[in-house]
Design a binder for this molecule. Structure first.
Ligand SMILES: [Cu+2]
Length: 179
């Protein structure tokens, strides 16, 4: 599996073992970057994490670079009045001074695109570089985790490339149950 960090540097190992799965850069803390397991046929995946800014300077996550992933975007998932979910590309994700921003299924997220052909299995790690406007760059790794029921929203991503129909079907299955 080429996404494993078999060649992790000593520096990275020190950074990741200091705390559970947190990274620090200046006044920023990035906690528990993760994505979900997926089959090789699935072309996209969502990346999630919590970013805390304890400094007194507003910052912004500008981009995420992942060597093995052809295209990485920042997205916001929104559900309109009809219960139809869609994803809106973001130019960056603001991390205001003193605030904590959570990237999670159904909200802000990193979108890994063009990754058909690569299966992600629980326990895999995906090396990435986060680029912040003020603080600069931070190397992290996304843990690949098993999907739980609460994370069903993240499954929308797996359907995104298959057109709006399957995407909508998925959202509505949940919607109809409640009505
Ligand atoms: Cu997305």
């Amino acid at each position: 599996m080429k996404f494993l960090i078999q060649a992790a540097t000593a520096a990275l190992l020190v950074a990741t073992t200091a705390h559970a799965h947190d990274y620090k850069l200046a006044g920023l803390s990035v906690m528990h970057p993760k994505t979900f397991e997926k089959a090789a046929a699935v072309k996209v995946a969502g990346g999630y994490m919590t970013i805390e800014n304890t400094s007194d300077t507003d910052d912004k996550l500008l981009e995420v670079r992942i060597q093995e992933v052809p295209r990485v975007e920042l997205h916001l998932s929104e559900t309109d009045a009809n219960g139809v979910a869609r994803m809106i590309k973001q130019d960056g994700i603001p991390v205001p001074a003193g605030e904590t921003v959570t990237l999670k299924p159904g909200g802000l997220h990193v979108m890994l695109m063009g990754i058909g052909g690569s299966a992600y299995a629980e326990g895999d790690k995906i090396n990435a570089t986060l680029v912040f406007e003020k603080a600069g760059t931070l190397d992290v790794s996304f843990n690949v985790e098993a999907r739980s029921d609460e994370d069903h929203e993240a499954m929308d991503h797996s359907k995104m490339d298959h057109g709006d129909k399957s995407h909508d079907d998925m959202d509505h299955s949940e919607h109809k149950k409640k009505n």
